[in-house]
Design a protein around this ligand. Structure first.
Ligand code: SF4
Length: 491
């Protein structure tokens, strides 16, 4: 345990609202936390980028720039800047009631009051953001500052590139802060006492482990959870999860037969208890009869930037930068084609032109979760009206392979998931994602960003190869799953 006197902060306070054990572990056993994954890393990176851009909206702001660990210097420089009459401060540092905060933007009003503004890279102010603002207001008011407005400055979904003049919205959240004001002081006291304890509080796992955020201590706290776990039961409520955990049940196979579940949930639980596959061959046969050769197995990789950089995009809009396409002919011939955008220009037109050439006029387009691929095509049709009719003709040709594993083919070996990465090793064990450097869509996004920006030619070639391998495997996996199912159907 650390010998330094532990302090609260904005993020620790919010962690404590999710789970007090998380707060304690965050302070005393950081070593037990999982390293941030690529998705979390992208959120951090975009947060920095958005924060810097937000500062440009306030002219003449003074940046308090000591790093997070130089607390005393940050406090001193904040005092000096305020005493010198700064109108706007960025990252101003304050400490009160053992809570240390850095305020994203603090703006002085003519009457001596202050506006407190928290910058977020999302497109709305969530309850967690409001809690974050509330604790900052608590500190400032405790120090004698009068906060006129407490607000969240977030991205505006109405903004479209190239006009970024309305990129941000400053949304006052005073009413929402007031709603939680009463419980703030007792919570701060409770959390400060908790930090002085020698051991983590005994808090059972539950839905709060993933809501509102996935907790970094899941691996530690869930070590004894049986797999597949009760958390994979479709649409199970927090109340039922808590009730099962209260009975010491974490694995699906241990759910009592008398435990109240919906019909769907009970069917799911029974699948694991029986340990047998359930396959509805007539339904699969019907679905396969809808397919027209040649079969086009299609997968897109997309990027979503908080700050849009290409025509017509809004904050966080997805756009495609890569696709892989396997074409299976009725005689069994298989062809592969692909597109990977090579640079920082807008990928959509060349990708779309390549796609129109490759998809031809007829034949089913097979995707795994086809609504995603269809959405990408609809977005392309909106941006390129001259190709709208051609692109829209692709939509009714889609056929969703995921529907087979969602509705007709259940196997306990899938571990309660119907993701292609879980289904593939069971039905096609010779194909695997394990050896690939890029193994998920999140990593593919990071890899593509690096590929188009690096000046290192060999690095660029390596990333290009990894991205092509990954996307190609996604469509080859569909081909092989289709072949396995078709073979079994034929038997
Ligand atoms: S995994 Fe769950 S119980 Fe453990 S610290 Fe996180 S939220 Fe709390």
């Amino acid at each position: 345990m650390s010998t330094r006197s532990p302090r609260l902060s904005k993020s620790r306070f919010v962690a404590g609202l999710q789970c007090q054990k998380r707060l304690w572990l965050d302070v005393h056993r950081r070593d037990l936390a999982e390293a941030p994954g690529p998705a979390t890393q992208r959120i951090f990176d975009s947060g920095h980028e958005v924060g810097e851009l937000a500062h440009k909206e306030f002219s003449g702001g003074v940046l308090i720039d000591p790093p997070p660990y130089e607390i005393e210097r940050a406090l001193r420089e904040t005092d000096e800047a305020i005493a010198a009459g700064a109108e706007v401060l960025f990252e101003a540092a304050f400490m009160y009631d053992n809570i240390f905060i850095r305020v994203d933007v603090l703006r002085r009003n003519d009457n001596g009051t202050w506006d407190l503004i928290e910058v977020k890279s999302t497109t709305k102010a969530s309850d967690t953001h409001v809690a974050d603002v509330a604790v900052q207001k608590y500190v400032l008011q405790g120090l004698g500052y009068i906060v006129r407005t407490a607000a969240v400055m977030h991205l505006n979904r109405e903004c479209r590139y190239p006009d970024l003049s309305n990129l941000f919205v400053i949304e006052p959240v005073d009413d929402r802060v007031s709603e939680m004001w009463q419980e703030l002081q007792p919570r701060v006291g409770e959390f400060n006492r908790l930090l002085l304890q020698d051991a983590a509080p005994e808090i059972p796992i539950g839905k709060h482990c993933t809501d509102p955020y996935s907790c970094p201590f899941i691996e530690h706290c869930w070590a004894d959870v049986k797999h597949p776990s009760i958390f994979t039961i479709p649409r199970i409520s927090k109340k039922r999860i808590d009730s099962l955990i209260g009975q010491g049940v974490t694995g699906i196979v241990d759910v009592p037969d008398t435990f109240k579940l919906s019909e769907n949930q009970r069917r799911y639980v029974d699948l694991f208890k029986d340990g047998q596959r359930q396959i509805m061959w007539p339904a699969i046969s019907d679905a396969f009869s809808e397919l027209d050769y040649p079969l086009f197995f299609l997968d897109f990789e997309t990027q979503a930037d908080p700050i849009p950089r290409h025509y017509g995009l809004r904050p966080h809009d997805q756009f495609p930068f890569q696709y892989s396409l396997h074409i299976l002919y009725q005689d069994g011939t298989l062809e592969h084609t692909e597109y990977l955008h090579p640079d920082t220009t807008d990928p959509r037109r060349p990708l779309m032109e390549s796609l129109i050439r490759d998809l031809g006029e007829s034949g089913s387009i097979v995707a795994y979760n086809a609504t995603f691929e269809q959405r990408v095509i609809r977005d392309l049709a909106r941006i390129f009206p001259e190709h709208r009719r051609r692109l829209n003709r692709f939509l009714p040709r889609f056929w969703d392979l995921l529907d087979i594993f969602r509705n007709c083919y259940f196997d306990p070996s899938f571990g309660g998931s119907n993701s292609i990465k879980k289904v593939l090793p069971v039905l096609v064990p010779e194909l695997s994602y394990a050896a690939l450097e890029v193994q998920s869509g999140d990593v593919a996004q990071l890899a593509w960003k690096e590929m188009i920006s690096t000046a290192d030619r060999s690095k660029r070639l390596e990333l290009e190869r990894s991205l092509k391998e990954y996307c190609k495997l996604d469509t080859l996996a569909m081909v092989e799953l289709y072949r396995v199912l078709a073979g079994l159907l034929a038997e």
